[in-house]
Design a protein around this ligand. Structure first.
Ligand SMILES: *Cc1c(COP(=O)(O)O)cnc(C)c1O
Length: 351
């Protein structure tokens, strides 16, 4: 793979720096281009420096683009990446929904491996930190007209990160949104496509202004059934049963969600993927039957929910940080950092 070296390396954040989330980026990135008639070509590692684009470029106008989020961890011998094959498969499914041609996963895997070997020293090692991998595809053809672009850029950025929420593994507060919708049936909710996040910002800003961490989204049609949190899938533990909304097309099929479901089933918990109304959750909370509530996602891993507000009323689970929430957090972060053996083949080790 072609490697273009940069003249001068960046200054890395010092040990102990509050990394936050997505604030620092490494020296290099992986890139690959697509041209209609030629396919994907010119995979390479190049300096991560500002790029210039014609302002007529498709991505600036119609958001024809998709992304992923993956985490990597430094090991004594190499770099451990959590379930990247799942991300590449999902990225190609998102791409298909957005009319973006499928990319060859073997080329991208090789590119990521090269990039990780070069950028190993950027990976933080303190507890709770990781290297966040952000693959993106954007349309690059400079022409107006709402049609699939004949040209794309695939790139992978690397960012050393701390915890997603400023308060770490502390309970979050969610505001149930019953006016705005994130995703509609037949829409793009199950694709990790750029526009979904732009569409969610208004409700997110209103929630934050009232002191909440994120929005808890309901279904767009009836505003009745719980969907997800916008960067996390949601789980409830009601009277011993672990419930997460079924993937109905408007919910992002999270890889952390899938991993948690597998762990819970292996351990013999009663687990359901089904429709669950916000009223059922509120009722359970009122009756003291809502044992725990948590969100799952690559960035936040497993994040306890300590409170949600629905139509002006605050509800709290019995345990702000429950037993199942804590177990799942420990199991997933343990497998990721290597303190728990990876018996399920979830770790891809790049040496
Ligand atoms: C990425 C994302 C998630 C979490 O998915 P993971 O694969 O677990 O990281 C959940 N909801 C939305 C809307 C997302 O974009």
């Amino acid at each position: 793979m072609q490697f273009i070296e940069r003249a001068e390396l960046k200054k890395k954040p010092e040990r102990g720096t509050e990394l936050g989330f997505g604030r620092y980026f490494t020296d290099y990135m992986f890139t690959m281009r697509y041209t209609r008639g030629q396919g994907w070509h010119d995979a390479r590692i190049e300096p991560n420096v500002p790029q210039s684009f014609d302002l007529a470029t498709g991505i600036f106008h119609y958001a024809q683009g998709v992304f992923e989020g993956i985490k990597a961890f430094r090991r004594e011998h190499g770099v451990a990446v959590f379930r990247p094959d799942e991300n590449w498969a999902r990225m190609n499914r998102s791409a298909d929904r957005m009319c973006i041609p499928a990319f060859p996963t073997d080329v991208v895997e090789e590119g990521l491996g090269e990039l990780l070997r070069i950028e190993r020293d950027w990976i933080p090692t303190e507890a709770g930190t990781a290297l966040y991998i952000r693959p993106v595809i954007v349309s690059t053809h400079p022409m107006l007209g709402v049609h699939a672009s004949p040209e794309y850029l695939f790139f992978i950025l690397l960012s050393p990160v701390g915890s997603y929420y400023a308060h770490g593994f502390a309970p979050t507060k969610l505001l149930v949104e019953d006016v705005y919708a994130r995703a509609v049936p037949g829409g793009t909710g199950e694709a990790k496509c750029l526009g979904n996040y732009a569409a969610s910002m208004k409700a997110g800003a209103l929630a934050e202004a009232q002191g909440f961490d994120q929005t808890l989204w309901l279904d767009a049609t009836e505003k009745k059934y719980v969907e997800e949190v916008g960067s996390m899938n949601i789980f409830f533990v009601i009277d011993g049963e672990v419930i997460t909304p079924a993937l109905v097309g408007s919910i992002l099929p999270g890889i952390t969600r899938k991993s948690c479901l597998q762990i819970l089933r292996e351990r013999g918990y009663r687990v359901s993927e089904r429709r669950i109304s916000i009223e059922e959750v509120a009722q359970a909370a009122r009756e003291g039957q809502l044992d725990e509530m948590f969100g799952t996602g690559t960035a936040a891993v497993v994040s306890p929910v300590g409170l949600f507000r629905y139509r002006g009323v605050d509800y709290t689970p019995k345990n702000a940080t429950g037993e199942i929430t804590t177990k799942l957090y420990r199991e997933i972060t343990g497998v990721q950092c290597g303190s728990i053996p990876d018996t399920r083949g979830w770790i891809k080790l790049y040496e």
